[in-house]
Design a protein. Structure first.
Length: 147
């Protein structure tokens, strides 16, 4: 009887194990489908939410980056413009200085030439006056001797 009981219990144990195994497999299959469906649902909801969040962040960053870029461009432009303005001003001052120096030299030489011409002119006028006086004196003598 012990052996029959052991055999009977062994068979029962095998049936219980088979039954439990089948039930576990069924539960596993149902849970797998349920978990897969839940995961897909969560994934879809998260995908939409993540996409919306990413787009929102992207828009905010785009506006911020654009504003920062424009600010940097303005500062660089202002720096470059002021630098160029300072350079152009400096170069203009150099050119003005050179031009004034050359005009001063030219003016000095021209002034000397004008003084020489004036002196020469004065001398020429004096000489012409002296000649006119001589001619006038000669004309008076010639006119006086004809009378």
């Amino acid at each position: 009887m012990d052996q029959e009981l052991t055999q009977y219990l062994g068979q029962m144990e095998g049936r219980v194990v088979d039954s439990l195994t089948n039930q576990c497999e069924n539960i596993e299959k149902r849970m797998e489908g349920h978990v897969t469906a839940q995961c897909e649902s969560i994934e879809k909801r998260l995908e939409g939410h993540v996409t919306a969040q990413c787009e929102s962040i992207e828009k905010r960053l785009e506006g911020h980056v654009t504003a920062q870029w424009e600010s940097i461009e303005k500062r660089l432009e202002a720096g470059i413009v002021s630098s160029l303005k300072a350079h152009v001003t400096e170069e203009c001052e150099k050119v003005e200085t050179k031009l004034l120096a050359e005009f001063w030299k030219w003016g000095r030489n021209a002034d000397q030439r004008i003084r020489r011409v004036e002196f020469s002119d004065t001398t020429t006028v004096d000489r012409v006056s002296a000649l006119e006086e001589r001619v006038f004196t000669l004309e008076r003598r010639v006119a006086g001797s004809k009378d």
